[in-house]
Design a protein around this ligand. Sequence first.
Ligand code: NAI
Ligand code: CS2
Length: 489
Amino acid sequence: MRLSQATLGDLPDAILRPGYDRCAVRSGVVHLGIGAFHRAHQAAVFEAALESGDPRWGITGVSLRSAGVRDQLAPQDGFYTLVTREGDSEQACIIGAVGTLIVAPEDPAAVVAALALPDTHIVTLTVTEKGYHLDPATGALRTGDVDVAADMSCLSAPRTAPGFLVAGLARRRAAGLAPFTAISCDNVPHNGERLRAAVLAIAEAHDRDLARWIATQGAFPQTMVDRIVPATTPDDVARLATLLGVEDRGMVKTEPFLQWVIEDHFAGPRPDFTALGVQLTPRVEPWETAKLRMLNGAHSGIAYLGGLAGIETVDRFVALPAGRRFVKALWDEAETTLIVPPGLDIAAYREELMARFANAALAHRTRQIAIDGSQKLPQRLLATIAARRAAGQGFDRLALAVAAWMRWQSGVDESGAAFVVDDPLAQRTAAALAGASDAAARVRRLLAITEIFPPEMAGDPVVANALTRQLTGLESHGRGWWDIVAETA
Ligand code: NAI
Ligand code: CS2
């Protein structure tokens, strides 16, 4: 038996479920990238909007790549369970906000049609950092990318997220409709600006008047998004089936914490976000920088140091005194580069972050966080190093985290076990490492990858020497090097 409209009434009383009339819900949101994070973060907010009595905020979920989530949710009438876990406590609630599901490669026209519907006012995106087809170091649209080039020449069947947005906006303009507000919810720095620039570049290639209309009437607010949402495992599904009495193959698990900061700039209607706990502000940047450099910077350091040392989850890493010491020392370095967001108590923020990392109920895998490092390093670690260099300050732990990423590119951990480096630039980094005789050569060759490392950083001997020292130490001592760095800092 699967979770569905037919079995909803049979669930145990303790399970929260939609109290609104689902038949009255209209799809005001199209989401591109219907993955775990959307279902645990934005969809939870839109669900609260529906529960508050505003039926405009149902979600049409789109996958631009595969049918997996559609095949999980369609047999369940779109219902799925959002499980929040903290320590020994667990809460489950059924989310009903997701209605229609579309798999773009099967039916691109259906995606464009959904984007052009009069009810569609908001498009949210979680397509991962690589889903925007941007150069990670500069944020510029990679016009040489085969799918981007295809969308720049023809939009009859878009292939990329920006391409779909342009096709949908063009259809709306032709129908005399206002644009939708496009809200990137990915961990991309200046996500709204970069999405807008990518959309305008593709629109310009087709119709300058369309591009001008998007530039003046459209809205691409910047956001900071935060909720730790590990990938669902088969054990999660089996454990929930025992609780529900039916199977939910589309469930997602997360922590109680949720934060969404959105630039207060919209092209049309939106939910009463403030009443729903979302922060609307004219300036997202301080929030974005703090989160990307403190949470995500530590996450990436944990992912590579922990992954290399065979430490499988974030909570196990911070359970180690040496692991905790590394995270705190990295935060000491990163903290000095922040513009502290208004009202944020950094000491309390750090304590809360450490508690979130220590939440063993999430079992957040270091291997998952290690994915797509080439797309994450610039905003999580390299920008922080650049800021510390500009201030004439040291950056030992930041360099250790980057050196661990460099060692990760070898595809061999400290025990000698091989693994696949899951990254769009894995071939580039493997080629850079091939034939390099020592750590200095490995650092030099990886620094030369301009999609990741800005030229001014690659040409800075202080950075190259710091990375070489850390990589040499890791290659010689493995995790024992963490303590040596701590003692000699
Ligand atoms: P997921 O793997 O569950 O979903 C990823 C989604 O992105 C899928 O729909 C996939 O089809 C799509 N996608 C992947 N590569 C793409 C490409 N090249 N073009 C178009 N679509 C593509 O991952 P999850 O957990 O939903 O995370 C997605 C993004 O959400 C992350 O990359 C990050 O930017 C953001 N995020 C995730 C958090 C988390 O803890 N999982 C927390 C905060 C932000
Ligand atoms: C993680 C993020 O997988 C990763 O790269 O660092 O998804 C992290 O869980 C979120 O940004 C937390 O808000």
